[in-house]
Write a new protein. Structure first.
Length: 197
């Protein structure tokens, strides 16, 4: 039992360190010899503008592919939401400064996730007959849903982003809206991707 508990603690610690090493708002680039193109991307983590809703943070990767057939820019979203919320609608909106675009969410997937945390405590009691020992285990389980989808940016939108001071993404989860705003360092990382040749 002790060995299993120690192994579980090591695995969870390693997973937390691995996830913590992801660099956000940095630009990465590599040449993909298998697809014969160059990919430039950035990771972004952002909270919704709305407060006290069932929808949580978004993590996204914005990527530009440049190859013989031209350029393509995509945003890969993972949005975390409570298990009691509605799934994301199949379309959303992107607002670049004051111009709005309706976008289709490509390849939407919803995944139910669970995470359990186990805590074990020891009990020792003494009476006239001797010492009695035992253990109690508490299991705390957390459940949530991850919505994953892709948005394609046409050239008109990428041109607008390159000159913008503000980008907003709006998605609807049943009647609940969730708005994610890119500005500052996050927006600068996206602009850098679009400028790279």
């Amino acid at each position: 039992m002790k060995i299993t508990l120690h192994l579980l603690i090591i695995i969870v610690s390693f997973a937390e360190v691995s996830c913590g090493t992801l660099k956000y708002n940095k630009v990465y680039s590599y040449e993909d010899e298998f697809r014969d193109n160059v990919k430039t991307y950035t990771r972004i983590r952002i909270k919704p503008e709305e407060r006290r809703i069932e929808i949580g943070s978004a993590r996204l990767i914005i990527e530009k592919e440049a190859g013989d057939e031209g350029e393509a820019t995509n945003a890969y979203f993972v949005i975390y939401r409570s298990s009691s919320s509605f799934k994301v609608d199949r379309s959303g909106f992107v607002k670049i400064d004051d111009k709005k675009y309706e976008v289709n969410l490509k390849d939407p997937i919803s995944e139910l996730k669970t995470e359990s945390e186990v805590s074990i405590s020891g009990i020792a009691t003494a009476d006239t007959s001797g010492v009695v020992t035992g253990q109690t285990a508490n299991i705390d389980t957390r459940t949530w849903i991850e919505d994953k989808f892709v948005i394609n940016f046409p050239k008109e939108m990428t041109d607008g982003i390159s000159a913008s001071s503000d980008i907003m993404f709006r998605f609807y989860f049943g009647p609940i809206p969730a708005t994610y705003r890119l500005e500052g360092r996050r927006l600068e990382a996206v602009k850098k991707i679009l400028k790279d040749k």
